[in-house]
Design a protein around this ligand. Structure first.
Ligand SMILES: C[S@@+](CC[C@H](N)C(=O)[O-])C[C@H]1O[C@@H](n2cnc3c(N)ncnc32)[C@H](O)[C@@H]1O
Length: 367
């Protein structure tokens, strides 16, 4: 069975999701689109840590026009869908004999349209419900769907209208470990993608100097449990949240200022962090008084061959890295929660130079 699936993800993480599909031997990637990775798999329960959720591909047709008048054409997607086959595939994948009591649809589109997402949902939803012989629950009222309603997803990307069926009742991005949270906490699939980029090996010492609720270290520890993980935060609430979330994992959490860490020089192989420079979390303590101290301390604890994967809000913050003899190996802009920060993979300037020289000698490009 080579089931066509679609992984939805944060904008900018499409290649990270595709890499996870391929490196985990999950299947074959057939297309990369805006926030979507299409792939085929024969695995029963596809778990992807870098994706927001995974869907069964149902049908697609050319995108409809931009006005409400064009929306009726979406009903064709219901006719193109082999709904009975999809429902039994979903039952087989989740290994649960869930009874279907109804359906709902959530839609999203790119570009300016003169209709709302609810207008699109309320065209395809009733058409699908008629075909399945179950009620349709419109999301327009804001009321939650009754239990047993299976979620469908419609995306209009300017070229194609794609219909999918959600596999799991709970989206993949909701993690069971995340029982405690703090303002500005990181989206777990983004943390998983940053951890993958850091290439953490067994025995590595991994640091998050502003760990918040611990998301980055937890995702990293789940991916590579044979490393050692140190998290620090100045906020007692964050320390409590991270300790509770990371229980049972090899992650040590302590209270400290990121500008004065209780670690020896050159101790750390990998740094993972989204520092408190966004709109939701503010720097405090020594870092608030002088942000350059954050970089100085990171440079002090990082081993000569160490690297850092950081989420930075804008290119200005990157200047701090360059001034501290850290060079970007890779920069990726993403879009998450209405902001467009950068994932930046940094190495000491010496290491980056050596890497470029090796790459040029072997005829490749550094990246
Ligand atoms: C953007 S949040 C980190 C979120 C975290 N990655 C998560 O997933 O929950 C930034 C964190 O920096 C912490 N912080 C602010 N100033 C600090 C300082 N001087 N030293 C250590 N932590 C600090 C805040 O308490 C906050 O928890």
């Amino acid at each position: 069975m080579h089931t066509p699936l679609v992984a939805r993800c944060v904008r900018g993480l499409e290649s990270a999701v595709a890499a996870e599909v391929l490196s985990s031997g999950l299947g074959v990637v057939t297309d990369l689109r805006h926030r979507e990775v299409h792939f085929r798999t024969s695995r029963p329960a596809p778990q992807l840590r870098t994706a927001d959720d995974v869907f069964l591909f149902a049908a697609e047709r050319p995108d409809v026009g931009t006005t409400k008048h064009d929306l009726h054409a979406l009903a064709e997607l219901a006719e193109l869908t082999d709904a009975d086959r999809l429902l039994s595939l979903r039952r087989a994948l989740t290994k649960t004999p869930h009874r279907l009591t109804g359906i709902d649809v959530s839609a999203s589109f790119l570009g300016r349209r003169t209709f709302s997402r609810y207008d699109a949902e309320d065209v395809i939803g009733p058409a699908l419900a008629r075909q399945l012989g179950v009620p349709y629950h419109s999301r327009r009222t804001g009321a939650a769907s009754p239990p047993g309603h299976w979620g469908w997803r419609l995306t209009l990307d300017g070229t194609r209208a794609t219909l999918m069926l959600r596999i799991n009742d709970r989206p993949l991005h909701r993690r069971a470990y995340k029982r405690h949270t703090i303002p500005g906490t990181l989206h777990p699939p983004l943390a998983a993608a940053m951890a993958a980029m850091a290439d953490i090996r067994p025995g590595h010492v991994v640091l998050d100097p502003c760990c918040g609720a611990g998301t980055l270290l937890i995702e990293a520890a789940l991916a590579q449990p044979e490393a050692r993980f140190h998290g620090f935060d100045l906020s007692p609430d964050a320390v409590t949240a991270a300790r509770a979330n990371a229980v049972d994992l090899p992650v040590g959490i302590r209270r400290s200022d990121a500008a004065r860490l209780p670690l020896p020089d050159g101790e750390v192989d990998r740094v993972l962090c989204n520092p408190p420079w966004g709109s939701q979390a503010h720097a405090r303590g020594l870092v608030a008084a002088d942000p350059t101290r954050w970089w100085t301390e990171l440079r002090r604890v990082l081993a000569p061959d160490g690297t850092a994967v950081l989420l930075l809000p804008d290119p200005d913050t990157l200047a701090g890295a360059l001034r501290h003899d850290l060079t970007p190996l890779h920069i990726q802009r993403i879009r998450v929660s209405g902001a467009q920060p950068y994932i930046v993979h940094l190495a000491s300037t010496d290491r980056a130079r050596r890497r470029r020289a090796t790459s040029q000698a072997s005829g490749g490009a550094a990246g």
